[in-house]
Design a protein around this ligand. Structure first.
Ligand SMILES: NC(=O)c1ccc[n+]([C@@H]2O[C@H](COP(=O)([O-])OP(=O)(O)OC[C@H]3O[C@@H](n4cnc5c(N)ncnc54)[C@H](OP(=O)(O)O)[C@@H]3O)[C@@H](O)[C@H]2O)c1
Length: 298
């Protein structure tokens, strides 16, 4: 793999995704800035990205990709490979926050959240992996959250979607390393992006109304998160550093957060526990990856 990489990013219309596009392209990486409906709901965002690319002569291509649609994901990945010949990094960034008391979240709301935040990366990874396998290299990057490690009331479904993503990404990391493919997790804390304005609220208000004072909790937590939010460029700079870290030297997890709450302690302990669990299942002795990564000192 050369130093300049080919990167496909989901959810590039706003927020982190948009910053990843600009930050990586300005360092010379070829970026497929994917978003849903670039000719319709995201027409303004798509034309701003294209205008920036033209103004600064940046290697950015805007493609349509809705992570909830198998065909859309496959078309975008195939078009990117047809254009650039390869995909070195897939950044699973598209996602949204769902706020509300858990009992008030309808099953349809829960299904949609998982379809985007969890099954979206499943679709993207399944589409890019045959190309990475052919290359014998590649990075699956998963934008999780500190809420993929700790749980706040009124964020249970969001956490469930990110915990699910973390489990998938970690299992992938064990299975794919022998093929030269890395799986990494980025855990942002609260950052100032449109995420809070795009939040979906639990729909069953009749259930919420039975909770007395507890029903104020979702709004309080959302307000606390948005008032402590940091500059999202920190996350884009971290993603750039991770992508430019040589193959085999990346960590599995990166917490990037204005405040830790001890999430880094959970990650350190989890690494030890995972190493013991893998050892107990006899998986450490004969696999290059398991020796180097889960048990080693990355
Ligand atoms: N900001 C934070 O504090 C924070 C903290 C931890 C983790 N995160 C995670 O960071 C990621 C990016 O969020 P953000 O903070 O940058 O918020 P954002 O500005 O709202 O960005 C979310 C992006 O996801 C896209 N998206 C949603 N559903 C999609 C779908 N079906 N197909 C394709 N794209 C879709 C949105 O596109 P549209 O424009 O089409 O809606 C948008 O581009 C999310 O996974 C979020 O959970 C954010």
């Amino acid at each position: 793999m050369g130093s300049k990489q080919v990167v496909l990013i989901t959810g590039s219309s706003t927020g982190f995704g948009r910053l990843f596009v600009e930050t990586l392209a300005r360092k010379g990486h070829t970026v497929f800035a994917t978003m849903r409906d670039p000719a319709g709901r995201n027409a303004k965002n798509a034309s701003e990205v294209r205008a920036l690319a033209e103004k600064e002569s940046l290697p950015i291509h805007v493609f349509e990709l809705d992570v909830t649609d198998d065909g859309s994901v496959e078309r975008a990945v195939n078009a990117a490979v047809a254009k650039a010949g390869r995909i070195d990094v897939a950044i699973n960034n598209a996602g949204y926050y769902l706020s509300g008391l858990e009992e008030a979240v309808t099953t349809e709301q829960a299904r949609r959240l998982m379809d985007t935040n969890f099954l979206g990366p499943v679709r993207v990874n399944r589409a890019v992996l045959p190309h990475m396998r052919r290359q014998r290299s590649g990075v699956l990057m998963h934008v999780s959250s500190a809420a993929g490690r700790v749980i706040l009331p009124s964020a249970g479904f969001y956490s469930a979607s990110k915990f699910a993503l973390e489990a998938l990404a970690e299992a992938y990391s064990y299975e794919l390393a022998a093929q030269g493919i890395e799986s990494v997790i980025v855990e942002p804390g609260a950052y100032e992006t449109p995420v809070f304005g795009n939040t979906v609220t639990a729909a069953d208000e009749a259930r919420t109304d039975t909770y007395g004072a507890v029903k104020e909790m979702p709004a309080k937590i959302k307000a606390a998160l948005s008032s402590s939010a940091g500059n999202p460029q920190e996350v884009a700079d971290a993603v750039l550093r991770i992508i430019e870290t040589p193959a085999g030297e990346k960590q599995l997890r990166y917490l990037v957060s204005p405040t830790s709450f001890g999430v880094d302690d959970i990650n350190a302990l989890s690494k030890q526990v995972q190493a013991k669990a893998l050892e107990a299942f006899g998986l450490t002795a004969d696999t290059k990856f398991l020796k180097g990564k889960a048990v080693g000192t990355v």
